[in-house]
Design a protein around this ligand. Structure first.
Ligand SMILES: [Fe+2]
Length: 390
């Protein structure tokens, strides 16, 4: 059985932010708590939301202290502010970090305790109801957070998640226009994150025909448009395709799962504070260099979806081309292609390996199993920066 789960309502299009008023009314809510980060405020996107709410005569309160890869103290502060307010609906507008905070706040509004009490690895309490309704509005393309039930938090040297179906959005509003002003570096890192979601979901052992359809289409849209969206951000068509591809990738990976790239990327974020998208991007070619023989046919399809000429190639040749193209994409959008460029030393590989081994939930979805030695070798290749495919 392959159940497919998604938010109850998904609204997509240019300028659909205004639909937020109708959605709030649908829940009979009267006051919104808005979560955002300073970058989204500076880009004028929160003003746009505020203007829409004012026109709709909806009362609201703002929390704009969200930071990237949020630590627990920020998340707990966000929860405290909500508990003191009389808000009856949550709106998250921003990148994955903001949407994750919004999800956690919505459920914790009606639960006792702190965020850490509900963490996957070390928490001691269980969520028993969904809390306040939540509307999630992504401004990147993207983390997919608007369609998943996971919220990621930074601990001292690692990361942990709250994951529960209660975290799923009631409504996700994907307004392409909100991504039009994203700077190149964030466009690149969130774009490669979305591409990683699609390829990892497509090759996951939990993939289904439905997740495959979404994932392949996402790979096509992102592969074709990511370079343009990064370097010519005013190309609205490329932006739109990235936003759509990111949404498809999110729906696909929420149902099929991500695997080795995310498993090995988590320690890069935890130990070295490398942003999520960049830590995935730098590992993407090397993880697929390791797993491609286990999913040959699918990697051939990935090559075709990425727009490569594969007509007269064998599956093996096409799969190798696909892995090379992943390397090219990362390089072309300006993200380092070795972990040493992030300041990581060869001697750090041991600690990275020890932490990655613990990501059993993610590693279990890989089509090719990993031993500790295999993980060490992948980090080693990502350190050297050499793909050896033949
Ligand atoms: Fe991701």
């Amino acid at each position: 059985m392959n159940p497919f789960v998604s938010p109850q309502t998904l609204i997509t299009g240019e300028g659909v932010l205004t639909e937020v008023v109708e959605q709030i009314r649908k829940f009979g809510a009267s006051k919104a708590m808005i979560y955002a980060d300073p970058g989204v405020v500076k880009a004028g996107l929160v003003t746009r939301l505020e203007h829409t709410l004012q026109l709709g005569e909806i009362d609201y309160e703002l929390f704009t202290d969200v930071v990237p890869e949020p630590p627990l103290n920020i998340a707990n502060h966000a929860v405290q502010v909500l508990r003191k307010s009389n808000a009856d609906i949550i709106i998250g507008i921003g990148g994955g970090s903001t949407l994750d905070i919004a999800k956690a706040c919505a459920v914790l509004s009606s639960h006792e305790g702190k965020v850490e009490d509900y963490l996957n690895l070390t928490g001691t309490k269980k969520l028993v109801h969904k809390g306040l309704p939540k509307i999630l509005i992504p401004t990147t393309a993207g983390t997919g957070s608007e369609v998943t039930d996971i919220a990621v938090f930074s601990l001292d040297t690692t990361k942990d998640v709250i994951t529960d179906p209660y975290l799923l959005a009631d409504t996700a509003i994907v307004d392409y226009e909100l991504t039009y002003s994203l700077p190149p570096r964030i466009t690149a890192s969130t774009g490669v994150d979305a591409l990683t979601h699609a390829i990892e979901a497509y090759t996951s052992i939990r993939a289904s025909e439905l997740t495959d359809t979404l994932a392949l289409d996402a790979i096509k849209r992102i592969g074709k448009n990511i370079r343009t969206a990064v370097w010519n951000g005013s190309d609205n068509e490329a932006r739109k395709q990235m936003a759509l591809g990111s949404l498809q990738a999110g729906l696909s990976f929420y149902n099929a799962g991500v695997a080795g790239v995310h498993a090995l990327a988590y320690p890069l974020g935890g130990l070295f504070k490398i942003p999520h998208g960049e830590s995935n991007a730098v590992l993407l070619p090397y993880v697929f260099e390791y797993i491609w023989p286990s999913c040959l046919g699918k990697m051939g399809n990935v090559a075709e979806a990425l727009g490569l000429k594969v007509d007269h190639l064998s599956d093996r040749e096409a799969a190798i081309k696909a892995v090379e193209e992943l390397y090219n994409i990362v390089k072309d959008v300006g993200i380092p292609t070795t972990i040493k460029e992030f300041g990581i030393k060869e001697s750090d590989i041991e600690q990275l390996t020890r932490d990655a081994v613990k990501q059993t939930r993610l590693l279990a979805r890989s089509p090719k199993a990993y031993t500790e030695k295999d993980i060490r070798a992948v980090y080693g290749k990502a350190f050297e920066g050499k793909l050896k495919l033949n």
